[in-house]
Design a binder for this molecule. Structure first.
Ligand code: PLP
Length: 451
């Protein structure tokens, strides 16, 4: 079956919306109350994207489970879009946070935890020097600033349909006529992003070479595999060629591991033997407590230090009063030492393989032209027959209406997928039975779709 009957899809969607409303009366009441004090009834704009007519309001989350105020239980494969990849409230992190709560939360002075975390990150990623931020967005922004400073170049380069957090420069896309401009939905861009940014397709080495040739690009900011438009894997040789091109043109390479940490304890960088100049890691690093880190090579550190100016170091554009705070660092220390360990990945990755195999089989049985991809403990189905080669192909395969149906169908049966695309992440607390339950429900959904 290559095409979906849209009438059938709409009537199934109506049925599912009704079921959702019927089973969430308390969430509905809270949403109505929220509409009087929160814009669109939610604390953060993207929370509107959940597939129900309103989001389920949460009572509590533990491990791989979440309970809403109506008493519905969910297996959580969304895991805070990776922020809770550790499972919700992992014991070791909670214990460290509880201890730190009584010993000062933010002090504007270093503690030994910062050194422990930096040393652990050195071992994992092979980069010697580290700094902290509160979000991966900030860690990306600070890395970009430093890249601009040390190269004296104005532009950055990103891949089409990337996402690196709310970094102004990155909300650019390639239009069908080949020109670059503001990405759809870009809210109030400060300038036309083509002033600050070049954009090429992922896996397109000739385009990358051409874009870097002018010598005006300070840095390439890249996920090692794209994860925010569905998973797009690098083609064999892409990374080594990108590294050679960036080195040849004096361009700094920033690898954003915020999501691709799913590949293992050292992220894709260690698994794929990458050699970035900067590396960014946020979201799950503190087990759900806000925190992020960015690291760089000794050569970069030398170039930064050479330009540092003591008098202005607090107002130079890299900051955050709460960045590097004692609570975040205690959480990061415990999470790295005791939660996101090799043993845990050895458990999570086979679960993602099981998820992939189950969904793949159900797709085959249904005759749908879809496929599944996986990276470490993250798996995702896409509405296209073949894996996409770049962001445009992946974006072209997206289908908002269909996606909402699949998500709502799953949510009504106790499964949460990330609301932005069809991603499932395994946590240390996820069980085989959770995976199989998703497979069963996915199979029912596609059966109903096929009619
Ligand atoms: C690859 C990547 N980098 C950075 C970020 C930004 O993370 P945060 O929203 O925590 O700043 C995201 C968020 O989804 C991301 O996917």
């Amino acid at each position: 079956m290559n095409s979906i009957d849209r009438n059938r899809l709409q009537s199934l969607m109506q049925r599912e919306q009704q079921r959702f409303v019927d089973e969430h009366p308390k969430s509905k009441a809270l949403f109505e109350r929220a509409g009087k004090s929160l814009l669109a009834g939610v604390p953060m704009n993207w929370m509107r994207k959940w597939a129900g007519s309103f989001p389920p309001f949460v009572r509590e989350a533990q491990g791989a489970q979440l309970f809403d105020v109506d008493g519905n239980r969910y297996i959580d494969f969304s895991l805070g879009d990776t922020g809770a990849m550790t499972g919700h409230s992992p014991y070791a992190t909670v214990k460290a946070v509880e201890d730190q709560l009584k010993r000062g939360l933010t002090v504007m002075l270093p503690s030994e935890d910062a050194i422990f975390v930096a040393e652990e990150l050195q071992k994992r990623f092979g980069l010697p020097y580290w700094q902290f931020a509160l979000t991966a967005t900030d860690a990306n922004r600070f890395s970009i600033r430093l890249a601009r400073q040390i190269t004296g170049r104005p532009k950055i380069l990103v891949f089409n349909w990337c996402y690196h957090g709310t970094v102004d420069e990155t909300f650019i896309t390639l239009h069908s006529d080949g020109s670059a401009g503001a990405r759809r939905g870009n809210v109030g861009p400060p300038v036309d992003p083509s002033v600050t940014t070049k954009v090429v397709e992922f896996n397109d080495l000739p385009a990358l070479e051409k874009a870097l040739a002018a010598g005006d690009v300070a840095c390439v900011l890249a996920e090692p595999a794209m994860t925010n438009v569905g998973i797009v894997h690098p083609e064999p040789g892409f990374h080594s060629a990108m590294r050679a091109l960036t080195r040849k043109t004096g361009t700094v390479l920033i690898i954003d591991e915020t999501h691709t940490i799913c590949a293992g304890p050292g992220g894709y960088t260690r698994a794929g033997k990458l050699e970035p100049d900067f590396l960014v890691f946020g979201k799950p690093i503190g087990g759900g407590v806000p925190g992020a880190a960015y690291g760089f090579t000794a050569e970069v550190a030398k170039r930064i230090t050479h330009r540092q100016n003591l008098e202005d170091c607090d107002v130079g554009g890299i900051g955050g009063t709460l960045a590097g705070n004692a609570l975040s660092l205690a959480a990061m220390r415990a999470t790295l030492a005791k939660v996101l360990t090799q043993e845990v990945f050895d458990r999570m990755i086979p679960l993602a393989e099981r998820w992939t195999a189950g969904v793949e089989k159900a797709i085959k049985e249904s005759g749908l032209s879809w496929h599944v991809t996986r990276l470490g403990c993250r798996a995702e189905y896409l509405f296209s027959l073949r894996p996409p080669k770049n962001g445009s192909e992946a974006h072209g395969a997206m289908d908002f209406e269909l996606e909402r149906f699949m998500h709502l169908y799953a949510m009504n049966r106790g499964i949460l997928l990330t609301p932005f695309h069809n991603m499932a992440l395994m946590s240390p607390a996820t069980e085989k039975e959770d995976v199989d339950q998703h497979t069963r429900i996915f199979r029912e959904a596609v059966k109903e779709l096929a009619g």
